[in-house]
Design a protein around this ligand. Structure first.
Ligand code: AMP
Length: 546
């Protein structure tokens, strides 16, 4: 397949990701092959072939053309995992519009920030989520139409029925020339200050996604692949849509949430060969009685890979003893678009290490931007120029430039490299919280908490957690005469969950007299973290004057 790509890429106009994911597979004669094997929570199954995907995504593309969507227009989905999301996603890319999948758990403000910042033109959603979207629609002047997957008739000029539009859309589509630099996908990612940033990728990114799929995740023709990530996050798009489809590989999609028994049933019944998942999920499995695993025959399973958070050596030990498999850790980010540092089959796994860089120069820099010797911790930076590198943060040019100020791309992570070239993750260099592999920005949560009358000040940190790697802990001070009660706690939790998402909802509140800040009013989250862990921070006045 990679050779075929070399042939197809000799034409600079042939880079359309969605064509490579569907039409090209049909051209290669794989139309009747299963692209998606859906497993639903009630254990029912649905196969979607590459030919069906080609048809549906062509119809979606034509539906969008009929709605006057043009090249470069942002088109969003806000849906739980379901087949129509995937056809629509490919339809968007087929006409050179830009696709963004919103995590289905997002609350109003999280939606507002993303739809508003990108000036989204069209949104695909469902009846259940419509009310949430309508409540913010007045503040989104660029959002022209909402398409609803589960209404049979159009509700108004601007609220349309997906089924109806699909039924009247043509099957025939000519894919426009798509050069490698054509914008393709936006993912939003959280920072430690300000609102989430829109990370823009281009169709060229498929090169890195395909190569890493074949050479790191080691997927061979005929393998069954299962990436458990939600398409609302980069892994769920790069490896849960683009890489497997564009390689003609059958992949599993499970639309339910975590359930150890069902997950193992899927691995067994669907004869999964390559499984790409996350440390939190593996740690949750580790909590199960080992007798559960003895019931299942996982002999087709060749390799397990993990991404999103540090992979503890104990998880690797567990998988070795219970599943008789190694777990290979991989590292990447929304901005990198594809795996950058990884362990892989055939390479010695050093438990606790993220592995070695793949077709990229990774470097550890000190505060003077100089490379540090082995085993010395510093900022993890990458030499720019890999094919799946993001091309900008939407509307945040200076933040983008800042990321490359040292001449390298600044990942924001702290790490060290050993004498043998293995990289070891230490933590984030900023205050961003990584909870179960999902990044959340403390600033957004603090802002949401401050909206409530009872809260005077708020400072939010990620605190160590055995299961989720980090949990969200909110330090708050209350306004005069307000006392901390269980009902106030519930009110705060609900507010953050409705505004942002359940992922961002604090697991724990700590009530303090005042939130420590430096002289310019910046919250000292480092100090809060030290308070939480009981670490000695020494002279606080140095922090306060920073
Ligand atoms: P995101 O952009 O949401 O995909 O998150 C990327 C961040 O998740 C990285 O900068 C790391 O902080 C963290 N991360 C991803 N993979 C790993 C890994 N294998 N080990 C440790 N941290 C990871």
């Amino acid at each position: 397949m990679l050779n075929d790509y070399a042939k197809i890429f000799t034409q600079a106009e042939n880079y359309n990701i969605a064509y490579l994911c569907s039409g090209y597979q049909c051209d290669l004669g794989f139309g009747s092959r299963v692209a998606f094997r859906w497993v639903f929570p009630d254990r029912s199954l649905l196969n979607i072939t590459f030919a069906e995907l080609e048809e549906d995504s062509n119809r979606c593309a034509n539906m969008l053309l009929d709605l006057n969507v043009i090249k470069g227009d942002p088109v969003f989905t806000f849906l739980p995992k379901q087949p129509s999301l995937y056809s629509f996603f490919l339809g968007i890319l087929k006409i050179n519009a830009i696709a963004c999948v919103l995590f289905s758990n997002f609350g109003e403000e999280a939606l507002m920030d993303r739809l508003g910042d990108s000036k989204a033109k069209i949104l695909l959603t469902n009846k259940g989520f419509l009310r949430k979207v309508k409540s913010i629609w007045d503040s989104l002047p660029e959002l022209e139409k909402i398409i609803v997957v589960d209404i049979e008739e159009q509700e108004s000029e601007r609220v349309l029925s997906y089924q109806k539009l699909l039924g009247s859309s043509s099957l025939n589509l000519t894919i426009p020339p798509t050069v490698p630099d054509t914008p393709s996908v936006i993912h939003y990612t959280s920072g430690s200050t300000g609102k989430p940033k829109g990370v823009l990728h281009v169709h060229r990114s498929i090169i890195s996604q395909v190569k890493t799929f074949r050479e790191i995740l080691s997927v061979e023709d005929g393998d069954i692949f299962w990436c458990t990530a939600d398409p609302g996050w980069v892994t769920g798009v790069s490896y849960g849509i683009i890489a497997p489809l564009s390689q003609g590989i059958t992949q599993i999609q499970y639309s339910g949430t975590f359930n150890a028994e069902i997950w193992f049933e899927i691995l067994q019944n669907e004869k999964v060969n390559i499984w790409y998942t996350a440390p939190t999920a593996l740690r949750m499995l580790m909590q199960e009685d080992t007798s559960l695993f003895a019931k299942f025959d996982l002999s087709p399973l060749k390799f397990i890979f993990s991404v999103g958070e540090p992979l503890n050596p104990s998880v690797i030990d567990w998988a070795r003893s219970i599943l008789h498999k190694d777990v290979y850790d991989t590292w990447f980010q929304t901005e990198t678009g594809a795996i950058m540092i990884a362990n892989r089959p055939g390479m010695e796994v050093r438990p606790g290490s993220m592995g070695k860089p793949y077709e990229i120069t990774a470097i550890i820099l000190d505060e003077q931007n100089l490379p540090v010797p082995p085993r010395q911790q510093g900022r993890l930076c990458l030499e720019p120029g890999w094919p799946s590198m993001f091309i900008c943060y939407l509307n945040k040019e200076s933040v983008y430039r800042q990321k490359f100020a040292s001449g390298y791309y600044e990942t924001g992570d702290l790490a060290y490299k050993d004498e043998n070239g293995y990289f070891w993750f230490f933590g984030r260099g900023d205050d961003v919280i990584n909870t179960s592999g999902h990044l959340v920005g403390p600033f957004e949560i603090e802002s949401a908490l401050l909206e409530l009358d009872e809260v005077a000040e708020a400072g939010v940190i990620g605190a160590p957690d055995e299961l989720m790697y980090e949990k969200v802990v909110a330090y708050i001070s209350l306004k005069q005469d307000i006392s901390w009660t269980r009902s106030l706690e519930i009110k705060l939790r609900l507010h953050v969950s409705n505004k942002l998402s359940s992922i961002a909802t604090p697991q724990e509140f700590v009530i303090v007299e005042r939130i420590p800040k430096n002289k310019s009013g910046k919250i000292l989250r480092r100090l809060l973290k030290a308070w939480y862990t009981g670490e000695d921070v020494g002279d606080v006045s140095t922090l306060e004057s920073e």
